[in-house]
Write a protein that binds this ligand. Structure first.
Ligand code: ADP
Ligand code: MG
Length: 243
């Protein structure tokens, strides 16, 4: 579904992504792991067009998206959440999800009012599937940190992506909140057939949910494959898991 070859990105001469390679098969949960500063968020920003690669290629379902904008990539079918929460905190929970649903329908601003009524139903469906209906009229800023992270994933799904990118979805969460996210990832993957690419530094969680793992070290892909092969890979143990 997603194919990344020999991707490179520098910031003022510092190679944050030195040589990233990744293949994401459809329907799988794939995890990118690596120490802090390895380049995981930079890789996600390159995939979603928030950054542009210096060289290399990113293909999504046989379309070259290397030079596409975030808007075009969203319309191709890639949704994402951010490592730091990125929601409209002055809007209600319902309005936040509605923005994503509206964006998917590519509605003009002048159509906003009538469309809002028409799309309310679709928005409520997304809210219901994430257990957020009871919060629908609350301002996002009033939600707990864990619920804000769930809301961010719900917003990403409002655009009905085929591939969902989650950058550290459980960072800063309590064990209970983390379990909620684990169930959510499994449900989206198993019940809805969504392809998911995530970064996560909780390796127990990664080995629990991922069917494939890619290890990024100093901006380079040093291994990718089945979780059991990654666990036993000597170069991975030296670079990361053994730390
Ligand atoms: P990770 O998500 O794996 O912790 P990042 O992708 O955030 O790593 O960062 C990789 C490296 O690139 C770090 O050394 C970081 O400081 C650097 N970096 C990331 N974004 C920028 C930027 N916009 N400008 C300069 N350096 C950056
Ligand atoms: Mg990061």
């Amino acid at each position: 579904m997603l194919q990344i070859d020999q991707l490179k990105k520098s910031f003022d001469g510092y190679q944050a992504i030195a040589n990233a390679n990744l293949s994401v098969p459809p329907g799988e949960v794939v995890a990118v792991i690596g120490p802090n500063g390895a380049g995981k968020s930079t890789l996600f920003n390159l995939i979603t067009g928030h950054l542009t690669a210096d060289s290399g290629s990113i293909r999504f379902q046989d379309t070259d998206i290397t030079k596409c904008t975030p808007y075009q990539i969203c319309h191709c079918g890639i949704g994402r959440s951010f490592q730091l929460i990125n929601i409209f905190s002055s809007l209600t929970v319902l309005e936040n999800i509605q923005t994503a649903v509206l964006a998917r329908h590519r509605l003009e601003r002048k159509l906003f009012k009538p469309a809002k009524r028409l799309l309310r139903e679709e928005t409520l469906e997304v809210l219901a599937s994430f257990g957020l209906v009871r919060f629908k009229d609350q301002l996002c800023s009033s939600l707990s940190y864990g619920d804000q992270k769930v809301l961010e994933i719900a917003i990403a799904l409002g655009s009905k992506p085929k591939l969902l990118l989650l950058d550290e979805p459980t960072a800063g969460m309590s064990p209970d909140e983390t379990q909620k996210i684990v169930h959510l990832i499994k449900r989206l993957s198993q019940d809805e057939g969504l392809t998911i690419l995530l970064t996560e530094h909780d390796t127990d969680l990664v080995f629990d949910v991922a069917q494939k793992i890619m290890v990024l070290h100093q901006g380079q892909t040093i291994a990718q494959g089945l979780p059991e092969d990654i666990r036993n890979d000597k170069s991975v143990q030296n670079a990361y898991l053994g730390e």
